[in-house]
Design a protein around this ligand. Structure first.
Ligand code: ATP
Ligand code: MG
Length: 181
């Protein structure tokens, strides 16, 4: 994938598929490292699934085929000298936390790309899901929380075009501010 934001979108879609009602997306970067984590309260993964997801090419013919979202992210991270770790639980406190870490200075580091579109797309497709997004880089910080927005919106859906346009503009404005640091 050419943009990391597309890998992130893929990981968030996994949370959606897992039935999450709350998804946190947190990006953190320094001059040298870029890392992000996605935490959801979806159904979680069994230990058996978790081990297959991490190592998809080791599956035997009798096991169900798994997709490529996590393997592609792992490849993208590992080729910069970083990596991916996953914690998941199917118990009472079910959910998944996936964390990816990249070396920004490595020649194979993929730029983040259009994360604002990624976040807006996720909200558009899942207006009733709580999405908590933040991105911190040095002194700068961008954040957006749909539970907070919903309080202000007083019943108006987050999928309304005007609301989505406002969200996108708000995020782009925050990024413009962030770049001034
Ligand atoms: N957040 C999550 N919660 C619960 N299960 C998950 C989560 N993320 C991944 N999984 C499980 O791991 C499997 C593999 O995920 P992965 O993203 O690698 O592929 P996929 O979603 O099956 O297919 P693709 O991403 O290629 O469309 C998923 O099918 C799902 O069963
Ligand atoms: Mg996937």
């Amino acid at each position: 994938m050419k943009e990391l934001s597309l890998n992130i979108l893929d990981i968030v879609q996994n949370s959606v598929k897992a039935g999450a009602t709350r998804i946190e997306i947190c990006l953190e970067e320094t001059d040298e490292r870029f890392s992000f984590w996605v935490r959801d309260n979806g159904c979680g993964m069994s230990e058996e699934l978790l081990s297959r997801v991490k190592d998809p090419f080791a599956t035997t013919r009798t096991t169900r085929n798994v997709g490529l979202g996590i393997p592609l992210l792992t490849l993208a991270a590992e080729q910069t000298g970083g990596g991916v770790s996953i914690e998941s639980s199917t118990g009472e406190d079910h959910g998944t936390l996936i964390r990816a870490d990249f070396n920004k200075r490595h020649i194979d580091f993929t730029p983040l790309g259009d994360i604002v579109s990624t976040v807006t797309t996720v909200i558009q497709g899942n207006p009733d899901t709580d999405v908590i997004f933040s991105h911190s880089a040095g002194e700068g910080r961008v954040e957006l929380s749909t539970p907070e927005l919903r309080e202000v919106l007083d019943g108006v859906s987050l999928s309304e075009p005007e609301v989505l346009a406002w969200i996108e503009e708000n995020l782009r404005g925050q990024y413009d501010q962030m770049r001034m640091f």
